[in-house]
Design a protein around this ligand. Structure first.
Ligand SMILES: [Zn+2]
Length: 70
């Protein structure tokens, strides 16, 4: 997934890519009954240094794997 080049809140362009970590990156794990487990999607983040807005999005590689049936 392509990262936005400007902040959706303030329009600033001083954006920094990163992850939201505790000790490991945060992952999205589906909980629906029809989901194929274990499937998870790594969550990446972008910080706007202008206003502090943090946006999150799925890592493209793990998102592709999410759609692949076992
Ligand atoms: Zn901003």
């Amino acid at each position: 997934m392509e990262t936005e080049s400007t902040c959706g809140k303030c329009g600033g362009s001083d954006l920094h890519a990163g992850t939201l970590d505790a000790f490991q990156p945060i992952i999205f794990r589906p909980t629906g009954p029809n989901e194929f487990l274990p499937r998870s999607v790594t969550v990446l983040a972008t910080l706007c240094a202008g206003c502090g807005e943090i946006t999150v999005h799925a890592d493209a590689g793990s998102l592709r794997a999410f759609h692949t049936k076992p």
